[in-house]
Every structure is written in structure tokens, then in C-alpha cells.
Ligand binder design. Sequence first.
Ligand SMILES: [Cu+2]
Length: 150
Amino acid sequence: MMLLHYFNAFLVRAVLLFLCALAMPVLANEPAISIENAWVRAVPPVSATTAAYFTATNNGDAAIRITGVSTEIAGAAEMHDMSPNEDGTRSMRRMKTLTLAPNESVTFSPGGMHLMLFRLNHVPVEGESVSICLLADDAMEICQDFVTKK
Ligand SMILES: [Cu+2]
């Protein structure tokens, strides 16, 4: 009885170790960026462009450099920022990269940084979810469902 008990304990430990070994590579590849409050602006069905917003947080211990955006519903997608002009108006400009330091959080919101989706091949309707991926160095892809709203 005693021997069987020890054997079982050993087996449980062996199985746990095995499961940990399996889980480890998965955890290592998990994107360190989390995305919240992701939404796409609902636009009229004839629109060729729309914008998307979110908050991204780098939960890892290394800086992450975002280098691009991709989504199936648009021919092209870019990160944009708004910057002031000399006459007091503001224009949007493309940001080619955005680096998030460890524990840093950035918010893309109306009037500020935003994702611009060009040449829409599908205009999402209010309530529809759209997958948008941020592309980062080391072939990292952070994909998130963005909900469409006004
Ligand atoms: Cu823009």
C-alpha cells in the first residue's frame, strides 16, 4: 500500500513536470503586449477608410517595437499620430514605429494616435468584430478583436 502511494506521487510529479515542459515554449512565445478597449469606428458603407483605437500595455521585461499593422478588411493599415501645425490646426502623420518600454502603456484614441485602415474591402457594421494585428520586431504578431462602434 505504502509503495503504491509513493509510486502514485512519483507519477503525479512526473506528469506535472511533463506538462510544464510542454507549456513552457508556449508561454515563452506569448506576446508580452496586452490590448484593451479595442474598437473600430463605424463608418458609412461607402467609406474607403476608417480608424481604430485601443490601449496597449507591455507586460514583458523587454522593450517592444511595433513596426506595422495588418487586417484582412483593409488594403493597408498604418499607425498615425496627430501633430500641431503652425496655424494651430492639427494634422495626422504616419508613425512608422512605436516602441513600448517594459510596463509602458499607450492609448490610441480619437484626436490622438490612431490606426488608419485604408482601402477597406469590407466595411464593418456596428457591433461587428474585426481582427487587427500589430506587428512587432522578431516576427511578433499581436492580434485582437476590435468591436465596431460609433
Ligand atoms: Cu490617420
